[in-house]
Design a protein around this ligand. Structure first.
Ligand code: GDP
Length: 439
């Protein structure tokens, strides 16, 4: 996410962060570079200039030149300005009403249907009764797609495949929600490949008829300035409440995330970073600014871990680790939980300083596949006692998992080292040494 922008901003700030002498000349040069990084990211020139002018003003005011840590102070100022640019505070959606109605709008392919499914899962997790409504009257496939997602996340989907009146469908769906005691209705509407009058009129009619408590506009962040322009057009007609930026996982530049707020004056409320139902996050401008500047985002990382990890399972594994009984089955279970947290490269990027290190590495969620295949090819006995695996079994496991004997050997070796390390930490903890070391 945002690799190009991160790269350029970090290069711009590097001279100030390094030990080199700080002068008003290199501060000015850095500010110019920051501006260029923003415009290269597809941020409108005027906006980029306003931001960097404010950075300059604050840098002078806080006397960056004579600060003890000029580089860090400067980064902090840029972080504050990017946060402001993206809206300052996180903003939640309004779910008041009986039922509360959330209208989802956007162009076709922007990720509306996927987002509707994700949002329903997100709200369901909070214990709300949710109804999904397929109000795309043009594409029968869209109804099926929503049904599949609904089934996947365990949320009922309301559809009337024969009905060509979106307003009627939405109204009937709300009545159905009332009857069945659902508190939130999410209406997924039809999109077009480009903005057109008929679509706008239709969605305007739906909005007027059902009076939603929240109207969300979904847009593909990879389309950069186009995303901003489309948002503006939709907002002029719909006066929506918030933006959902999708496909951030594929967006190297970050222009839409940075500009939408200042151009449209509506907050980004959610971001989507993958096709899986879990890949949805509330948008926090400050955390995003930190990530863009390579400062990591530990808070989000911990929150993601809390969501993905099953507490009982975590306790069980912890007990096994302490008893030096952590085995390959536990390892497999942990891998599966980590995968639930989302895109691995993005997750690693949340660790401060890590983004830069892994920038050019090709890490994807399939990186775990050979490891999982190897473990799956072991017998249960071998998983808890890898010493049982002799040369001939290694050969079988490699063949069974489609890997090489060397890969099997590597995994066994690394696992052995990991177990030794755990054992060492357990002993240290028992003797109180670990606490000392941590301090
Ligand atoms: P709609 O036409 O607006 O309803 O768009 P869809 O929900 O059908 O999404 C279009 C395509 O984008 C689908 O293939 C989705 O799987 C994919 N998609 C949606 N959101 C994301 C995302 O955040 N990241 C990625 N990589 N793909 C996404």
């Amino acid at each position: 996410m945002f690799e190009n922008l991160q790269d350029k901003l970090n290069k711009a700030i590097k001279t100030l962060k390094g030990q080199g002498r700080i002068t008003d000349i290199n501060v000015a040069a850095t500010i110019k570079e920051v501006r260029r990084a923003l415009t290269d990211a597809d941020v409108n020139y005027k906006v980029a200039k306003e931001v960097t002018d404010r950075v300059k003003e604050k840098a002078l005011d806080r006397k960056v030149l004579i600060a003890v840590e000029p580089g860090q102070l400067f980064v902090k100022i840029v972080q504050e300005e990017l946060t402001e640019l993206m809206g300052g505070q996180a903003e939640s959606i309004n779910t008041k009403g009986d039922p509360a109605v959330i209208l989802i709008a956007g162009l076709q392919g922007s990720g509306k249907t996927t987002f509707s499914g994700k949002l329903s899962a997100y709200l369901k997790k909070q214990g709300r009764g949710v109804l999904l409504v397929a109000a795309d009257i043009y594409r029968p496939a869209a109804i099926d797609q929503l049904k599949v997602l609904g089934e996947q996340v365990g949320v009922e989907v309301y559809a009337e495949p024969e009905n060509k009146n979106a307003v009627e469908i939405a109204r009937n769906a709300i009545a159905h929600a009332k009857k069945t005691g659902k508190k939130i209705v999410i209406v997924d509407t039809a999109g077009r490949l480009a903005v057109d009058e008929q679509m706008m009129q239709e969605i305007e009619n739906v909005k007027a008829a059902i009076n939603p408590s929240e109207t969300l506009f979904v847009v593909d962040s990879m389309t950069g300035q186009d995303a901003v322009n489309t948002a503006k057009t939709f907002n002029d007609r719909l006066n929506f409440d918030g933006v959902v930026l999708t496909k951030l996982d594929g967006d190297a530049r970050g222009g839409a995330a940075l500009s939408i707020r200042s151009v449209v004056e509506k907050p980004i409320k959610f971001i989507s970073t993958g096709e899986k139902m879990e890949a949805l996050d509330v948008f926090y401008p400050d955390r995003m600014a930190s990530r863009i500047l390579g400062m990591g985002d530990v808070i989000s990382l911990v929150e993601k871990a809390q969501q993905a990890f099953d507490e009982d399972e975590a306790k069980r594994i912890n007990a096994k680790m302490r008893a030096n009984k952590f085995d390959f089955s536990d390892f497999l279970s942990q891998l599966q939980q980590i995968k639930k947290m989302g895109n691995i490269k993005d997750l690693l990027g949340m660790i401060p300083g890590m983004g830069k290190m892994i920038k050019d590495l090709d890490i994807d969620n399939n990186s775990f596949a050979p490891i999982e295949a190897i473990i799956n090819s072991m017998t249960p006995k071998e998983r808890s006692n890898p010493d049982l695996i002799d040369a001939s079994r290694k050969k079988r496991i490699a063949a069974g998992s489609g890997t090489t004997i060397q890969q099997v050997n590597n995994l066994l070796k690394q696992f052995d080292e990991m177990r030794k390390m755990m054992k060492k930490m357990n002993t240290m903890q028992a003797s109180g040494k670990l606490n000392k070391m941590m301090k």
